[in-house]
Design a protein around this ligand. Structure first.
Ligand SMILES: Nc1ncnc2c1ncn2[C@@H]1O[C@H](COP(=O)(O)OP(=O)(O)OP(=O)(O)O)[C@@H](O)[C@H]1O
Length: 200
């Protein structure tokens, strides 16, 4: 039986960093952010549904979705946000399940699902165990400001819009403390991989 592990964290907490470490070890990662882009590509059912709901004004000249416009629309309107989520979320779940099943058919023994909103979206039923990539707020703020070139205030707002990592800590099966060096993070990851007997 293949093992399905959820990988989550918060904005700039180090999910991609850990995900890359896992890939280097030969593990398969199914990424929710990639799924969210794929399912709204022209021709996909969710793409058609979004045009039906939001009109063709939501398209760019090349007929792809105008993500900026869509983002601004749903930011200002809760009902529209829920409408968009009701289209995109099921499609993302189906895409991830398909990719996971494909990996298992290809003989993979462990599949990681990288889902930023694993807890908020109540998707833990999709995985057997969860790993949280954790940083304290100070580190998170510093790294987010540096990576995205944001002011302290802007970075603070993005962090506060999410469930605090301290709350997620209580929900995760394993907490990977990413406040230290990359080497320290790698060592903790190796410990989890060996304790949980995870093989690619
Ligand atoms: N242990 C570390 N030491 C120093 N810098 C780190 C460490 N881990 C991650 N970073 C840096 O912090 C930033 C955030 O990391 P990363 O992009 O992996 O986070 P993420 O959780 O995938 O973010 P998001 O979900 O916002 O895309 C990046 O610039 C990354 O290079």
């Amino acid at each position: 039986m293949a093992k399905i592990i959820g990988l989550t964290g918060g904005i700039a907490s180090g999910k991609s960093t850990v995900s890359n470490m896992l890939k280097t070890k030969g593990f398969t990662i199914v990424d929710a952010d990639i799924a969210a882009r794929k399912v709204v590509e022209p021709g996909e059912p969710a793409y058609e549904q979004i045009i039906e709901a939001f009109g063709e004004g939501i398209l760019l000249q090349d007929l792809t979705l105008d993500r900026k416009k869509l983002g601004a629309l749903i930011f200002a309107d809760e009902a529209l946000r829920m409408k968009l989520n009701s289209i995109v979320h099921p499609a993302v779940r189906a895409w991830m399940t398909r990719e996971k099943d494909r990996a298992i058919e290809n003989g993979k023994k462990t599949v990681f699902l990288d889902i930023p909103l694993l807890f908020e979206s109540r998707l833990t039923y999709m995985v057997e165990r969860t790993i949280l990539v954790y940083v304290d707020e100070e580190t998170q703020l510093k790294r987010l400001m540096a990576r995205n070139g944001l002011s302290e205030k802007e970075a603070q707002m993005r962090i506060r819009a999410q469930m605090p990592l301290s709350e997620k800590k209580a929900l995760a099966d394993a907490v990977l403390d990413n406040n230290g060096s990359l080497e320290e993070t790698k060592q903790q990851l190796e410990k989890i991989v060996s304790e949980w007997k995870l093989v690619p």
